[in-house]
Design a protein around this ligand. Structure first.
Ligand SMILES: Cc1ncc(COP(=O)(O)OP(=O)(O)O)c(N)n1
Ligand SMILES: Cc1ncsc1CCOP(=O)(O)O
Length: 701
């Protein structure tokens, strides 16, 4: 068993004491846990003589080997050596790490307990393979615990060892199904997160250890990979519990200027999620209401002249106070009255979030190609087109745009996400779109640091509640769905406040990778070779699924995982790229051309480009195809690369430059690709020339 590949996600520490096991057979319980998905086992026996311990260890090792799961021995290097199992776990008061390593050799696993940042630093410097970080919560299982860390203490330790990415980490102490996800998400830093949870009683004392292990395994996979995609998206989703909880704890005022049909329903939804609703349609009241630092919903579902005047007054008051506004342009494209109202409102002030169905968002964009019949939500766009539309609108209006539908698309102009939660019953009741606006208003009120995350949190809370409600036995149709839905909105926030995040396992969020898809489609049409790398795939994730269909093996010349930040690594630098050399420029690149797209423009993209430039390649940076966790990094990185000699351009410009002539055979295919993704380039250029969108404010570069 290669120690680098060990999966620590559900780490079982055994306990054979009768107060834990009852009458049950020790080996049967551990084997059931292995069947349930335990990924690592530690034999922890505090009493008994060495001979008996060796016998137990030997028998247990036979079982764990059948499941290809490593067995480690608590404290006893001699026992580990005697049975030749995979390693040991040692505490601060046990044999020293150098001594244990000397006896066990380099290939055995040595885990070390750490309850402070100093202990953690010393252990990782001394060559520990993993750390057992605890005690997280007080526990009956261990009496002599030192510090109770809580998730925040675990986070401090993870931060202290952030420059040791190879050392793995698990947390231990009072971990169970209720709190596992909270610990995992709250302890995660932007640089690293736990690799797993270590439990004793949650499995050893469970009435059904197989099921208990299975449930823990499903909770930890959520953290590591179920919600796919890039770090930016994972950061967004990992803040969702804190957002739902903040609404619950802060009870933000949700000032609704909404249509006559949904006022009562919206007030009930606001209460269910933990907000404090006020349904006030008088524009002059806004001046006082905005002082409560909640948020305003303007929903023009039953707009008339008087209402419009009130909306404008309220919008201006909230803008003056810097308090968020959520705009729902209901039926915006249906009549000229509504189109005029839309224009009046868009001209009157700034909306922090614009939320509508496809036709409503089209009306906001100014696309009159589809005549809306009423407030209905028909669809003519592909997913790709929807994503492009929300991204461009968000970028040009410097706001968050949400397009609801079977899939929802959400963008802040840089990050674009697709959410596929919800239930068809939502389309069979009145006001479900409008009250999503109310839910969003509460989230943006409590989470000013990242409006996109707030909106995603609200959508997941709302749509997952709908899924859970619809699956209940007492729900037989849209009528019985409504009260159940309100109950489940309430239950989710109550559960979240107690750290029970199981509901969030249902989240289906995808990162939409617009420009890279376009570039890859183009590369396919023109048969341009493609080089793919990932940065530490097991930790940060594989290439996102949306790109895979555009990566045929005939064109992908290399697909490497790397730890260096530059992509210009062997065999790409030594075997592949020299063969591209064509002209007489100095260096192995000799003027051959390379275009770069990817995430972290200031890290991997920058270092790849600098290496390629030094090697003599001509480097194109596709400005609308690079991103960064922190969007402010992008323009600074692009500026630097421009100065270093790279050509910073847009996807469309590069594609046309590659073709050179509309007479080429592939031109028609490329035009189709360009048409499908029309609009992207314009928005990005505005962002680059005029400033960069930064949560509604513009910072010039
Ligand atoms: C995975 C894991 N982490 C921490 C511990 C605690 O070990 P230690 O500090 O040696 O305390 P005892 O287990 O000996 O009471 C552990 N066992 N496993
Ligand atoms: C061994 C150990 N080290 C710190 S807490 C602990 C016991 C954890 O047991 P439980 O998972 O039952 O709380």
């Amino acid at each position: 068993m290669e120690k680098k590949k060990v999966d620590y996600s559900v780490y079982l520490v055994t306990d054979s004491r009768p107060e834990v096991l009852g009458q049950r057979d020790f080996y049967t319980v551990v084997e059931a846990a292995l069947k349930g998905g335990v990924t690592c086992v530690q034999l922890r026996e505090k009493t008994g003589d060495t001979g008996a311990l060796i016998q137990t260890a030997r028998r247990l090792h036979e079982i764990t080997q059948r499941y290809q799961v490593p067995l480690l021995i608590n404290d006893r290097v001699d026992v580990a050596l005697a049975v030749n199992c995979e390693g040991v776990h040692i505490g601060q008061d046990d044999m020293s790490l150098p001594e244990a390593r000397r006896l066990l050799g380099p290939d055995k696993i040595i885990g070390v307990s750490a309850s402070t940042p100093d202990e953690a630093r010393e252990a990782v410097k001394g060559g520990a393979d993993y750390l057992g970080i605890g005690t997280v919560y007080s526990t009956q299982t261990k009496s002599n615990t030192k510090h109770i860390l809580g998730p925040e203490g675990v986070r401090d330790i993870l931060e202290a060892i952030s420059s040791f990415p190879k050392v793995r980490t698990v947390c231990i102490g009072g971990i169970n199904e209720e709190n596992a996800q909270e610990v995992l998400s709250k302890s995660a830093t932007s640089k690293r997160k736990l690799d797993g949870i270590a439990v004793v009683s949650a499995v050893m004392a469970a009435s059904n250890p197989l099921d208990a292990a299975k449930r823990l395994a499903s909770l930890t996979t959520f953290q590591s990979s179920k919600i796919i995609g890039t770090r930016a998206m994972q950061d967004v989703v990992s803040s969702v519990p804190a957002i739902v909880k903040a609404v619950h704890e802060q009870t933000p005022l949700s000032h609704n200027m909404t249509n006559l049909v949904v006022q009562n329903f919206a007030a009930n939804i606001a209460l269910a999620i933990g907000a404090s609703p006020i349904m006030s349609n008088h524009g002059d009241e806004a001046e006082d209401l905005c002082k409560h630092k909640g948020s305003l919903v303007i929903n023009m579902g039953t707009v008339d002249d008087k209402a419009l005047g009130n909306y404008v007054k309220a919008l201006k008051a909230y803008n003056r106070a810097g308090v968020p506004v959520v705009f729902d342009p209901v039926g915006a494209g249906a009549t000229s009255v509504r189109r005029n109202a839309l224009k009046t409102l868009l001209d009157a002030g700034y909306m922090d979030v614009v939320k509508g169905n496809e036709n409503e968002i089209k009306a906001v964009v100014g696309d009159s190609s589809t005549q809306q019949r009423g407030v209905d939500s028909s669809s003519t766009l592909t997913d790709q087109e929807k994503a492009t539309m929300v991204e461009n609108l968000a970028r040009t209006k410097e706001t968050i745009v949400v397009m609801t539908g079977v899939s929802d698309f959400v963008s802040d102009g840089t990050r674009t996400l697709q959410i596929t939660n919800g239930h068809p019953y939502l389309a069979s009741i009145t006001g479900s779109g409008c009250t999503l606006g109310t839910t969003i208003s509460a989230a943006v009120a409590v989470w000013p640091e990242d409006n996109l995350a707030a909106v995603v949190g609200a959508i997941l809370h709302y749509e997952i509640a709908a899924e859970i409600a619809a699956s209940r036995n007492d729900v037989r149709g849209p009528g019985t769905f409504i009260p159940a839905f309100i109950d489940e909105l309430y239950n989710i926030r109550q559960n979240t406040s107690k750290g029970d995040l199981r509901w969030l396992q249902r989240a289906r969020v995808m990162d939409v990778v617009l420009t890279t898809t376009k570039i890859l489609r183009f590369a396919n049409a023109l048969k341009i070779p493609i080089y793919v790398t990932t940065q530490n795939r097991t930790r940060l994730g594989d290439t996102v699924a949306e790109l895979k269909p555009h990566l045929p093996s005939s064109l992908v010349k290399a697909d490497l995982d790397k730890t260096r930040f530059s992509m210009y690594i062997p065999p790409i630098s030594t075997e592949h790229f020299p063969f591209l050399a064509s002209s007489s420029s100095p260096g192995p690149g000799k003027g051959a051309e390379v275009a770069i797209v990817g995430i972290e423009s200031h890290i991997c993209v920058t270092q790849t480009a600098l290496d390629l430039l030094e090697a003599g390649y001509k480097v194109y940076i596709i400005a609308d195809g690079v991103s960064s966790c922190n969007s402010a990094e992008v323009p600074i990185a692009l500026d630097r690369l421009r100065q270093a000699g790279a050509v910073v351009t847009t996807s469309e410009s590069w594609m046309y430059e590659c073709m050179g002539d509309s007479g080429i055979g592939e031109f028609k295919d490329v035009v189709k690709i360009v048409k499908d993704t029309m609009g992207d380039t314009k928005g990005v250029m505005e962002g680059l020339v005029g400033g960069y969108s930064n949560g509604g404010r513009v910072s010039k570069i």
